[in-house]
Design a protein around this ligand. Structure first.
Ligand code: C2E
Ligand code: MG
Ligand code: MG
Ligand code: MG
Length: 284
């Protein structure tokens, strides 16, 4: 049928492509508008010390409060933001907002904790990343040790760039973690050379920890290896008590996941911090 229609088929196809790019242009326009109109917010998810149950940090996770569509997931807009380069502006906003927020929590008497920010690969590849981070720390007055930067394994592939960049960032005193660890390709040899503090075990391994012996083996191995390299380990995506038990048994250092708390707005994190902390401890 396609052959029969010959030329027509081409026309139909190109129409379809036009619609697609039109959708994209619309989305890009609204993404730009969103930046100007402050439609982005950060949610925070607690990171918990596995021994004490103390909240040691919070990961900042971006949300788009779309005027018509409501809350939009980063999975939907980050790829486009990366494609269009808008991610640089967005990441900068996230970094500044998260540092400001953490500083303000400390001033309000919350226990001092880290705030973790996800970096995009574009941001990570910028020559002046360490300068930017330094500037934001000075501007917000946050002590460097209370900022953690999350990068992924794939971003570290260009080792010629990664080694000096991580060294510079580490030199500022900020902490660095490798997010979604286990899903990419990491050479143990390089891991040793990277100035990093923490591995974040990807949630896909944590999900089936109790039912899939491969996954529980992998998790156990990652923890043992990390500890041998002098690194801490945090498990993400912890949803059940059994998963917590297993991770405790394996001497994982920290946990993060729906079992304790979903990512929540800053005001809620701040106003209900005591309740949140008590709730977390009751979960043990
Ligand atoms: P990520 O950094 O690996 O973040 C973990 C994701 O898992 C978050 O999704 C979080 O809400 C979700 N999560 C937390 N606990 C659980 C759990 O117990 N079970 C399950 N199933 N999921 C859980 P979210 O917030 O939708 O973010 C998705 C991804 O978008 C992030 O993955 C990160 O790669 C990216 N992202 C989020 N915020 C930012 C940002 O500010 N900048 C950049 N560049 N990327 C961001
Ligand atoms: Mg992350
Ligand atoms: Mg992750
Ligand atoms: Mg992830």
């Amino acid at each position: 049928r396609a052959k029969q229609r010959g030329k027509n088929q081409y026309v139909i196809y190109s129409d379809d492509m036009q619609t697609k790019s039109h959708e994209k242009i619309k989305m890009e326009t609204s993404l730009r508008r969103a930046i100007d109109n402050n439609e982005f917010v950060l949610y925070y998810q607690p990171q918990i010390d596995i021994k004490s149950g103390d909240i040691k940090g919070a990961e900042a996770l971006i949300r788009w409060m779309h005027p018509e569509r409501g809350l939009v997931s980063p999975y939907e807009f980050i790829p486009l933001a990366e494609e269009t380069g808008l991610i640089i502006q967005m990441d900068q906003w996230v970094l500044r907002t998260a540092c400001m927020q953490n500083k303000s929590w400390q001033e309000k008497g919350l226990p001092p904790m880290r705030v973790a920010v996800n970096l995009s690969s574009q941001q990570f590849s910028k020559e002046y990343l360490a300068e930017t981070v330094k500037g934001i720390l000075e501007e917000t007055g946050l002590e460097p040790k209370f900022l953690e930067l999350e990068i992924t394994e794939t971003m570290t592939m260009d080792v010629e760039h990664t080694i000096p960049t991580l060294r510079q960032l580490h030199g500022l005193g900020v902490q660095i973690s490798i997010d979604d660890f286990g899903t990419g390709y990491s050479s143990l040899n390089y891991l040793k050379k990277f100035s990093i503090d923490r591995l974040k075990i990807d949630q896909s391994f944590v999900r089936d920890i109790m039912t899939n012996s491969h996954d529980s083996d992998i998790v156990g191995t990652i923890i043992a290896m990390a500890h041998n390299l002098g690194l801490e380990v945090i498990a993400e995506g912890v949803e059940e008590k059994d998963q917590l038990r297993f991770l405790q048994y394996q001497k994982c250092n920290e946990v993060q996941g729906y079992y304790f708390s979903e990512p929540i707005p800053a005001e809620k994190f701040e106003l209900h911090f005591q309740e949140l902390q008590e709730k977390v401890k009751r979960k043990y």
